[in-house]
Each structure stands twice: as C-alpha cells, then as structure tokens.
Design a protein around this ligand. Structure first.
Ligand SMILES: Nc1ncnc2c1ncn2[C@@H]1O[C@H](COP(=O)(O)OP(=O)(O)OP(=O)(O)O)[C@@H](O)[C@H]1O
Ligand SMILES: [Mg+2]
Length: 433
C-alpha cells in the first residue's frame, strides 16, 4: 500500500486528483495538507511514501524537497501547465523534483505515484541519496562528518549562549573545525558574545540560499570566521524576523554545517509545538525544534537556583519526549556557595528528574563574564579560571575524540578546514587563533 500526502495549494485539480488516487488499488491518501509546513509536519511522522505537491505551492523550495527525501518520501509535482513546458521542467529541476504531471495528464497520476522511485534525481551533477538508503545509514554517514550538539535551556537566561559560544571555542582551541549556529528564534546574541560586528545575519542569508537550493556550494558566505577553526552563523538581527526562517531551511543549514566539521547550536528556550494546536504557521519554536531533531547530543543548561532547577526539571521531561534516544547532558550553571546546595545535592535532584548522559557544574563568575562580554571574547581567551576549566571539561565530555588536544602543540585539523570566512577581530598573541 502506497501512502500519499497531497498538497494542492487550492489548485482546481485537487478534487479530481484525489478521486483518481483513492480509486486506485494500492494507493491511500493519508492527508490533504494545507501548506508546506503542514506537509513537512506530516512527513515527519514517517508514515508516508509519496508527496503529490503543486509545483507552485507557496513556500515549496529545494530545502523542503530535500527534507521530504530525508524521510524517504518521493515527491511528485503536478502543474497546471504542460509538463513538457521548458519553464516547468526548469522549475521542477531547481526544486529537485523529477516526476512532473501536467493537469491535462491527471489520469496518469496514480500510475506515476505507484512507480516513481526518484533515483535519477541529480542537480548540477550532485547525486543525492536515493530513497532506498535507509534513514539510519544516512544518519551514520552524517555522523562521520561532524556531530551536531544543540545547547538548550529553559526560560530565564540560564546561560545557553555563554555555554554554546564557549563550547564551540573549546572545539576550535582543539584545532578541529566547528560551526557555531545561532538559531535562537527570540533574537540572536552569539555575534555580540564573540564581538562580531556584522550587519548581515548568517541565519537569514542561509535560509535564503537554502530556499534557492544554493546553500551547500555557498555555505562559506553565510559564516563569519573567528580564527582558523571556528565559523559562526550569526542569528536573527531582530526577534521579529523569525518568520523568515523555515524548519526545512534549518535542516538544510545543519546538514551543510556538519559537512564542514562539528556543529554547536544555540537555540531558544520554548519547546511547545504551536503548530500542533491549530494550523497556525509558521511556528516560532520550530527553529528550536528543527535543531533538536538534528541533534546528536543535547546540552541542557539550567541555572543553579530553585526557579532555574524547577524549570530545568520540567524542560528535561519535554526534551525526553522531543528527542527520544538522543543523549542529554545537563549543565548546571552559575553554581555559587550562597545558594547553599552542594553539587551532590543538586546531582541528586537532577537525577531524580530524568536519566541524563552526564552532569556538569559551571561556577558563577560575574567578573570574568563581564570582561568577556565587554571585550567580545570567549572566556578561555581571558586566562585560566575555574569557569574555563569547567567549560574545557564539558568540551572533553561532549567531543571525547578531541579530548586533551588543547595543549598548545601544533597539530593538523581533524576535520575539513573551513573555507573562506573572515576574522571578527584581531586576537591576542598567544591565543588559539
Ligand atoms: N557562570 C556564569 N557566571 C556569571 N554570569 C553568567 C554565567 N553564565 C551566564 N552568565 C550571565 O548570564 C547572562 C545570561 O547569559 P546568556 O546570554 O548566556 O543566557 P541565555 O540563556 O542565552 O539567555 P537568553 O534567553 O537571553 O538567550 C549573561 O549576562 C551572562 O554573562
Ligand atoms: Mg541566548
């Protein structure tokens, strides 16, 4: 039985196509989708085989089509023009769809749906994985290219950006290529943490390139280099611009990034899936959720105080549901004697909330982080401290293959060196850049 998702985007062929598909033995239409976001949400459930889409559906872009494929869903486009029209063929090819049915050929749609195997899809000589590649194998291959570590934390500014930025810097200090992507849908601050004065948002540029199907080849243009190993994709310049980034584009961004090296992602705090309650779109938290879907590991940052730990406890339960099977490492930040709890007591609480892959404590160090903020530098650049040591130990645990590689001895990069990029600012002599 072939399960079909239908996205007709209000085209007049919807009803006849629906009737033809339902009448065809061996075909079942699982859902009529209202828009591309609805289609991609349906695809993620893993129950469909083919997506019949209007070639002109608003928001249908190469990133969305790539996401269909990653879920082993074969796309078939329907156009109201003739399928052999040159513009139509070019448009389909740009999207990465090879099976196109003209509205005058609707009678052939069920036959196309049952036979499309999509293996011949190539663009610019770029061979995409065929649909028979099991998802698990694709994921294993991707893991060889670089790990995606998503830094999440509940509301209340527990230190997500501080941890993400410094974790990425620790990887760079170990001379391994790393991409730090700012995907916080409530406004990006990674650039400010690293003293990057950039008017162009890497995230917005990346989403535009992903929509045009050009992100892979132009990935370097969306990054700002900080030293030779760290590439930063800066975040949203204003919180209200989250609408310009779609989950499929986040997906594409992280796929491209992991082709360059390890990836550290800064996200937002909220985990609710607003789209599931009504078909509102686009969903703001979808950026965070899309990042979590790609995570090889999650670092959950909580603040070491009663409110922070309560929020962390609830968040860990939600995370578990969102990312089943993905290791979650807890980082209890801003540890201080005045709170009156020992590490052992906090460990007891955290382990009571959820089974975690590891537990780390980072001390409160207001003076050091003030200096880091004012100078736009990672803390490791500002000399040794308990906080730096804690961040270094965290990096060793999250990236064990790189452990002990920051001893200052020259060594070759372990992953592909980054292409292009510019330095944010000159670094001090003797620093890792
Ligand atoms: N260990 C620490 N000691 C002292 N201050 C800290 C520590 N960690 C973070 N901070 C401070 O807490 C504030 C919030 O940190 P950060 O921006 O990293 O949090 P966030 O979770 O990313 O917040 P937001 O919700 O704004 O994105 C900053 O002023 C930062 O310097
Ligand atoms: Mg932040």
């Amino acid at each position: 039985m072939i399960s079909v998702l239908l996205l007709a985007a209000g085209e007049p062929w919807e009803s006849p196509a629906m009737a033809d598909l339902e009448a065809h033995p061996g075909v079942v239409v699982l859902k009529r989708c209202v828009d591309v976001d609805d289609l991609l949400a349906a695809v993620a459930t893993g129950q469909s085989d083919v997506a019949v889409v209007s070639l002109d559906a608003p928001g249908l872009d190469p990133a969305s089509v790539a996401l269909l494929r990653r879920h082993a869903v074969r796309p078939v486009a329907v156009t109201s023009a003739r399928s052999d029209d040159l513009d139509v063929r070019e448009h389909a090819q740009r999207l990465g769809i090879s099976a196109v049915v003209g509205s005058g050929e609707l009678a052939s749609l069920p036959g196309v749906v049952t036979t499309v195997d999509d293996v011949a899809d190539t663009r610019d000589g770029d061979h995409r994985p065929s649909v028979d590649v099991p998802l698990a194998d694709v994921a294993a291959g991707e893991r060889d290219r670089g790990r995606v570590v998503v830094v999440w934390g509940p509301a209340g500014a527990p230190g997500r950006t501080t941890v993400a930025t410094n974790l990425a810097w620790e990887v760079a200090r170990r001379e391994a290529a790393v991409v730090l992507a700012d995907l916080d849908p409530y406004g990006g601050t990674v650039a400010q943490h690293l003293g990057i004065l950039d008017e162009v948002s890497g995230l917005l540029s990346a989403s535009r390139l992903a929509a045009a199907g050009q992100l892979d080849e132009r990935f370097a243009s969306v990054c700002r280099g900080v030293g030779p190993h760290l590439a930063v994709v800066t975040g949203l310049p204003r919180a209200d611009r989250w609408r310009e980034v779609r989950p499929a584009q986040v997906d594409q961004l992280l796929q491209s990034a992991r082709g360059q090296g390890h990836v550290v992602v800064d996200t937002g705090f909220a985990l609710e899936d607003e789209a599931s309650s009504d078909f509102a779109r686009p969903a703001r938290n979808a950026l965070t959720l899309a990042a979590l879907e790609q995570a090889d590991e999650v670092a959950a940052v909580g603040s070491a105080d009663p409110v922070g730990l309560t929020r962390l406890a609830r968040g860990l339960v939600d995370l578990r549901e969102r990312t089943p099977g993905v290791p979650v490492r807890v980082v209890v930040n801003r540890m201080r004697a005045t709170i009156g709890w020992s590490e052992k007591e906090i460990a007891g609480m955290v382990e009571g909330f959820s089974r975690v892959a590891g537990l780390h404590f980072l001390p409160e160090d207001r003076a050091l982080l003030d200096r880091a903020a004012v100078s736009g530098r990672p803390v490791a650049d500002l000399g040794d401290s308990a906080l730096t040591q804690g961040l270094s130990a965290l990096a060793d645990a999250v990236f064990p293959a790189l452990a002990g590689a920051d001893d200052g001895r020259p060594r070759r990069p372990r992953l592909l060196p980054l292409r292009g990029g510019t330095r944010a600012r000159p670094r001090r002599r003797g620093g890792p850049s």
